[in-house]
Design a protein around this ligand. Structure first.
Ligand code: PMV
Length: 314
């Protein structure tokens, strides 16, 4: 077969705007593609055994450590579907998404790799086949993935998502800027999800169930504000969500400090994003100038990195 000399695949990070944790209990959530962080995968032919170069590993595919098992699975599944299991390739992955911060880094790497391999072999890749392949490898990384990460890291529009239902495209209609602040601390999604499950199943903690219901109501209200350009109200909603997530004990001192700092610097609202107990927080600002001063204040308060994202940019 006549191959191009290079296959290229891209993807990006994701941010949960509203609904983390409550989504596990059937409540709605809103997530947006985060184009500020990209992954680029490049495939070229080689005469040597297949080799991988990424941030965490430089070496042969066959000797990849268990930590990268999900990436290995992506490559295996793709090559099998392409009838190219014996191909000798050199795959380079360049990721700007910090790992384990709730930004969907493992799904994004899988999306970019799948796209690059299909591009290299000039094979057509539908969105549903892409999601199917990424789902197989995400099961290794996360056990029981909702599919939200795979969708968001490969799409360019925000989505409204209820577990087990069709994803619904959202019409982003908001003038404003989102600031993402990385605490630099690894998030603990699994532990946080488990700790909420304990509270919700404890009959003496009725308040926890009420908090989950309230988070669902707030996600629906947030959707309305996002679609009707009401940044002030969306900001209030985000701050209320952070309060409830704090009550459910999935925030952390680092996240709280960054949220507080954003609020002291003219944010319309701020909250943790994703699983919590580390990872990232987000804040909403009315203008680019406010967003930049919030970003600076976050850095001065210990944020490892920050990104500013124009809401209409998606
Ligand atoms: O930390 P992330 O981005 O993987 O987000 C987890 C979102 C939760 O709602 C906390 C868990 C889930 O499975 O939906």
């Amino acid at each position: 077969m006549n191959h191009p000399s290079k296959g290229i695949g891209e993807s990006h990070g994701k941010i949960i705007l509203l609904g983390e944790h409550s989504v596990v209990y059937g409540e709605p959530s809103i997530a947006i593609p985060f184009l500020g962080t990209k992954v680029v995968a490049t495939v070229v032919k080689t005469s040597e055994p297949t080799r991988i170069d990424c941030d965490f590993y430089h070496g042969l595919l066959d000797e990849m450590p268990e930590l990268l098992e999900s990436l290995k699975e992506t490559i295996r599944v793709c090559l099998a579907r392409l009838n190219q299991s014996e191909a000798r390739l050199h795959l380079t992955i360049d990721s700007q998404i910090p790992a384990e911060r709730g930004m969907g880094s493992s799904a994004a790497v899988s999306v970019a790799t799948t796209r690059a391999l299909f591009d290299f072999f000039k094979a057509n890749l539908t969105q549903s086949e892409l999601l199917e392949i990424v789902h197989i490898s995400e099961k290794i990384a996360h056990g029981n993935p909702s599919g939200l990460d795979a969708l968001m890291t490969s799409s360019y529009t925000p989505f409204y998502f209820i577990k087990g239902k069709e994803f619904e495209k959202l019409n982003m209609n908001l003038d404003g800027f989102l600031i993402v602040g990385d605490t630099g601390v690894t998030g603990q999604t699994k532990e946080a999800v488990e700790s909420i499950a304990l509270k919700v199943s404890d009959s003496s903690k009725e308040w926890a169930k009420e908090a989950i219901t309230e988070l669902g109501i707030l996600a629906n209200q947030g959707r309305f504000y996002l679609e009707t350009n009401q940044g002030d109200k969306l900001g209030d909603t985000m701050s209320k969500v952070h309060g409830l997530l704090q009550k459910l004990e999935v925030s952390s001192p680092e996240l709280d400090l960054l949220v507080e700092t954003a609020m002291k610097n003219k944010a319309l609202g701020a909250k943790l994003t994703g699983g919590g107990r580390g990872g990232c927080m987000i804040a909403l600002a009315k203008t680019k100038k406010d967003a930049e001063s919030i970003s600076l204040a976050l850095k001065n308060t210990g944020a490892k990195q920050t990104w500013v994202y124009e809401m209409r940019g998606s």
